[in-house]
Unconditional design. Structure first.
Length: 152
């Protein structure tokens, strides 16, 4: 997939559009451990395979690690306003963690534009429905409504 670059005058045409799905990405134990260290969240279900395996079959990624991956992996399917000086993570309206992401799972994300609002002249707020899929698993890891701000 590739970025979708849109002229400011055409931005409203993208409401309701599916921006696509990212490539598969593997969530390995090293990434989980680094996230645990960075966030001080070293709960055993994330970092101790021996203790986590009887419960989940393996360690699992933090829900917030999965969510944080939208910032990097999601760049491949982002809607970008042409001429923007910067794009900002503006927050989230809703997040539901539906399924754990076991270590070494392959995940990918899909994004659909829900709404676009010009908050101030040259400032566009884009609300997207983002779903993280786990390869071979029917129920997604999460669904979220993400917000990004593009400043011209």
């Amino acid at each position: 997939m590739a970025l979708t670059i849109v002229k400011p005058e055409n931005i409203a045409e993208y409401i309701g559009k599916d921006l696509g799905t990212t490539e598969w990405f593997t969530v390995d134990q090293d990434r989980i451990n680094k996230f645990a260290e960075a966030t001080e969240d070293r709960q055993f279900i994330h970092v101790d395979p021996e203790k986590a395996t009887p419960i989940f079959g393996s360690t699992i990624a933090h829900g917030f690690l999965s969510l944080a991956l939208t910032a990097g992996i999601g760049q491949d399917i982002a809607l970008v306003v042409e001429g923007a000086k910067m794009g900002l993570n503006y927050g989230l309206d809703k997040v539901r963690f539906l399924n754990p992401v076991p270590v070494n799972s392959r995940i990918r994300m899909n994004s659909v534009v829900m709404d676009i609002t010009e908050k101030n002249p040259g400032q566009f707020l884009v609300k997207s429905a983002v779903t993280m899929e786990i390869e071979g698993v029917e129920k997604p890891a999460f669904i979220a409504e993400t917000l990004s701000m593009w400043v011209l």
